[in-house]
Design a protein around this ligand. Structure first.
Ligand SMILES: *Cc1c(COP(=O)(O)O)cnc(C)c1O
Length: 401
């Protein structure tokens, strides 16, 4: 079975992904089963997507109910779920507007177009981003991404992006020119291995943007949606500070639809009408079906206090993992249920992930030596302990090699 499915891929699917040797067939809560019936605890959550776990019954019901009512009509018309969902997001950030799309890359594209439109009259177009960032795989997305390996082979790059070291305010200040219109960062860098912006960096960026008339853009595609214990990760990073930072626009996707593909960006009221009628669009953005699912996810997260769960369970997991820091594990980082375990450089992340597969646990590699935990927000304490035991046993094994 597994082999014949892999054969179908080998012959028919674009080989742009390095896939693990697993064919996954069904899921339930925090678990998935492969084609051989083996069970795995999914601590990767489909890369921070399955916010309520797999095959969630309430999501399935919301999907089913809305599918029998109205799936799609296009943005030529108004639909109630999109309006309600936009209000939900605005209420959780600050006065502004929301645009709906279908992925994280598209949400970031919206931010780029917003910034360019704002800068058009003053001939400013440049967007400064951070090294080791990740902003998606479209042409502008790879230009914005501060990683050479992602750009390679796709020259010439989209003009107007440059990168400076993350968490380095002085470097950012230096990089600003007369052409600069915006700064874009992930408040918690995900793909490159979970690196958290400092509160001083975030408030420093806001001050820089105010001083130079730039837009402050946050890519919360991976870190957002209550994963860190607040709606968006910058809100969590700054919760203890005496600053009320409001960015100018925020990109979202991944957990927003819990597995139903959708993205969105919020833009601050001041720039809320920059993308006027006819200036930006997508056929599938904000369908009643997608929005009904996202509204259900908001409802469940609030009702079941899952932001608090992400916060306390994340702290519990990190505390346990800190005990294995040593010859094998170099560092444990994270915020809420966004956790990076950095191994010493002689250990390869892919190898660690495969060893965890043998023990029935799924995680996500990042860079050469980091594995990420991005589990469902409703992960239980018992499940977390099961995952920790597997990780601890891999560490013991690696210490012997
Ligand atoms: C995943 C991710 C993206 C790209 O999202 P897609 O839905 O894959 O297009 C962009 N930014 C960040 C921070 C991400 O983690």
């Amino acid at each position: 079975m597994t082999q014949s499915i892999q054969e179908l891929f080998a012959q028919n699917v674009v080989p742009s992904y390095g896939r693990f040797d697993l064919v996954l067939e069904r899921g339930e809560g925090s678990y998935v089963w492969d084609a051989n019936g083996k069970r795995y605890l999914d601590l990767g959550g489909g890369i921070a997507v399955c916010s309520l776990g797999h095959a969630n019954a309430e999501i399935a019901d919301a999907l089913n109910e809305q599918a029998r009512k109205l799936v799609h009509v296009s943005n030529l018309y108004y639909t109630e779920p999109q309006g309600r969902l936009a209000k939900r997001i605005v209420d959780l950030i600050a006065p502004g507007r929301v645009f709906f799309c279908n992925s994280g890359a598209e949400a970031n594209e919206g931010l780029f177009k917003l910034a360019r439109k704002v800068g058009q009259d003053s001939q400013r177009f440049e967007i400064i981003t951070a090294t080791n960032s990740f902003h998606g795989r479209t042409l502008a997305g790879i230009a914005a991404t501060g990683q050479e390996k992602i750009k390679k082979g796709f020259d010439p790059p989209v003009a107007g992006f440059k990168h400076v070291p993350f968490n380095d305010l002085a470097a950012m200040r230096e990089a600003i020119t007369r052409s600069t219109i915006a700064i874009l960062i992930e408040p918690v860098q995900g793909e490159s291995g979970i690196t958290i912006a400092t509160a001083q960096y975030l408030s420093g960026l806001r001050a820089l943007c105010d001083q130079h008339g730039l837009l402050l853009l946050f890519d919360e595609v991976q870190a957002g949606h209550f994963r860190t214990g607040k709606f968006q990760s910058w809100q969590r990073i700054l919760e203890k500070e005496d600053v009320d930072l409001v960015p100018d626009a925020v990109a979202m996707a991944k957990s927003l639809g819990g597995g139903f593909p959708m993205g969105a960006f919020w833009v601050r009221e001041r720039f809320g009408e920059v993308l006027s009628a006819g200036s930006h669009a997508t056929t599938f953005g904000g369908t009643p079906l997608a929005c009904a699912v996202a509204l259900k996810i908001f409802e469940v997260i609030e009702r079941d206090r899952l932001a608090e769960n992400a916060r306390s369970l994340g702290a519990f997991i990190r505390e346990r993992l800190r005990k294995v820091v040593g010859d094998v594990v170099r560092e444990v980082r994270g915020l809420g249920l966004m956790i990076g375990i950095e191994f010493q450089s002689q250990f390869d992340a892919i190898d660690v992930v495969k060893r965890l597969h043998e023990r029935g646990v799924l995680t996500v590699p990042a860079g050469n030596s980091v594995i990420r935990l991005l589990p469902p927000l409703n992960l239980s304490r018992e499940e977390a302990e099961e995952g920790l035991r597997a990780i601890e046993s891999v560490v013991v094994d690696l210490a012997r090699t």
